[in-house]
Write a protein that binds this ligand. Structure first.
Ligand SMILES: Nc1nc2c(c(=O)[nH]1)N[C@H]1C(S)=C(S)[C@@H](COP(=O)(O)OP(=O)(O)OC[C@H]3O[C@@H](n4cnc5c(N)ncnc54)[C@H](O)[C@@H]3O)O[C@H]1N2
Ligand code: MOO
Length: 408
């Protein structure tokens, strides 16, 4: 049973965060097909071996020409040129463009030797045997030069990049089929509490629907981890160990929620205290009761408090940055903005407070949303930011600058 007789001194948020970060090593590097890399972190710089574009090509559908042949062309005095070749995209062998002639050319097609401009088809009569051109062309007009985007040997993606659609696009464009990426950390998410009922089941007196498990598993996935949700471990120490046992070899991090405060039935605390996990109280609201360690010397463990807002805020403050770092991401923190508070706030001195809020990017203001209560889940679901309020603050007047973390 949990020992409630010796409350420990409050640990600063920064200290607990550093300890959680130190629990997780960077995950292994795997070479994955691009199709399987979205959202993962690149493990090495990607350098292009080819230029982009790989060859000079036309930016428009029209006619490849020599600009000197068109110096006198105008709307009233078209210059007529014989069309001596057709160049669809992908044509490899190209005839040279002889003086006084034009080649019909398509967007992306190679520019034939001798041509120095493209005339868009709209500036011509569109002829296929011969073409009347109604506009002069400056040298280089509507051409895209080899290497204009990327020259061979340059870095196109940096190690630590969180791969998005454009990154995968450029990796494909330089001919990469597979990329070295960090394997997503494997996270086991456990909920404890005999009062918990699966959503979809009937709710009896004294029961609540389980929500932390789904929420934390989703937060793990959004952070770039691979989550396995194990719900409804009953408030029983043996059942707790038995639930963990089959997953130990395939888990990097165990996240629990609930069962860590001062009550008589704190199963997480009771099961983990002599099995590698240390429990502390952090100078933070919400999210005071916390724990961390290694389960029997194996996977890392972070125990989060059961109140839903406490669980989620603790995940944001402690777990998300550590997971992102272990998964190799250069950017581990949420975007932060200094915003002007629209209404006054009170806080508990001695505890760093994280309130939920609505950040308005247009006005640069932030409005607290919902009260400080750690059961106010629906207010958190409507919020778009956390207000990071200093440990020493007691009252923050409207108009004060406050650091906000933008969450999604
Ligand atoms: N005497 C004291 N009581 C409490 C203290 C304290 O210092 N002394 N701390 C309070 C604070 S702060 C928090 S936070 C909570 C943390 O409690 P636990 O981590 O032990 O969580 P539980 O007691 O199991 O549950 C708290 C609350 O959250 C609900 N819950 C739990 N798990 C889930 C879940 N998976 N899905 C939805 N809701 C869940 C649970 O039903 C309770 O309502 O302790 C305070 N008490
Ligand atoms: O830590 Mo509790 O989170 O204040 O409700």
């Amino acid at each position: 049973m949990a020992d409630t007789t010796h409350p420990s001194p409050l640990v600063p948020v920064s200290e607990h965060r550093a300890k959680v970060a130190a629990l997780l090593e960077p995950t292994a590097i795997e070479h994955r097909s691009l199709d399987d890399c979205l959202g993962l972190a690149l493990a090495e710089d990607l350098t292009s071996t080819i230029p982009l574009p790989p060859f000079d090509n036309s930016a428009m559908d029209g006619y490849a020409v020599r600009s000197v042949d068109l110096t006198r062309a105008g709307p009233e005095q078209p210059v007529m040129l014989p069309v001596t070749a057709d160049i669809p995209a992908g044509r490899i062998e190209l005839p040279a463009l002889e003086p006084g002639t034009a080649h019909r050319i398509m967007t992306g097609s190679q520019v034939p030797p001798g041509a120095d401009a493209t005339v868009p088809v709209e500036r011509t009569d569109g002829g296929t045997e011969q073409v009347s051109v109604y506009e002069a062309a400056r040298p280089g007009a509507h051409l895209r030069r080899a290497g204009e985007d990327v020259s061979a040997g340059t870095r196109v993606l940096a190690v630590g990049t969180s791969l998005n659609a454009a990154h995968l696009g450029v990796a494909s464009a330089v001919g990469t089929a597979r990329l070295p990426v960090h394997r997503p950390p494997r996270v086991l998410v456990l909920s404890t509490g005999s009062e918990l009922v699966a959503p979809g089941e009937p709710l009896r007196a004294g029961q609540i629907y389980e929500s932390n498990g789904m929420m934390l598993a989703a937060a793990v996935r959004q952070a770039g981890g691979q989550a396995h949700l194990l719900r409804f471990v009953p408030d029983d120490v043996d059942a707790f160990h038995a639930a963990l046992a089959p997953h130990l070899d395939t888990t990097d991090l165990i996240i629990t929620s609930g069962g860590v405060s001062a009550g008589a039935y704190e199963v997480v605390k009771d099961a983990l205290t002599d099995n590698g996990v240390e429990f502390t109280s952090v100078a933070m609201q919400p999210g005071k009761p916390q724990g961390l360690g290694r389960y029997r010397g194996g996977p890392a463990v972070v125990t989060l408090p059961g109140n839903p807002v406490s669980s989620m805020v603790s995940f944001e403050v402690f777990v998300r940055p550590a997971l992102r770092r272990a998964a190799g991401h250069e950017v581990t923190l949420r975007p932060r903005r200094e915003a002007t508070l629209t209404e006054s706030l009170t806080s508990s001195p001695g505890k760093r407070q994280y309130r939920r809020g609505l950040f308005d990017a247009e006005t640069g203001t932030v409005t607290p949303h919902g009260g400080p209560g750690s059961h106010l889940l629906s207010a958190m679901a409507r919020a778009n930011c956390l207000l990071d309020i200093d440990e020493d603050a007691a009252e923050i007047p409207a108009g004060s600058p406050v650091t906000t973390w933008l969450v999604d």
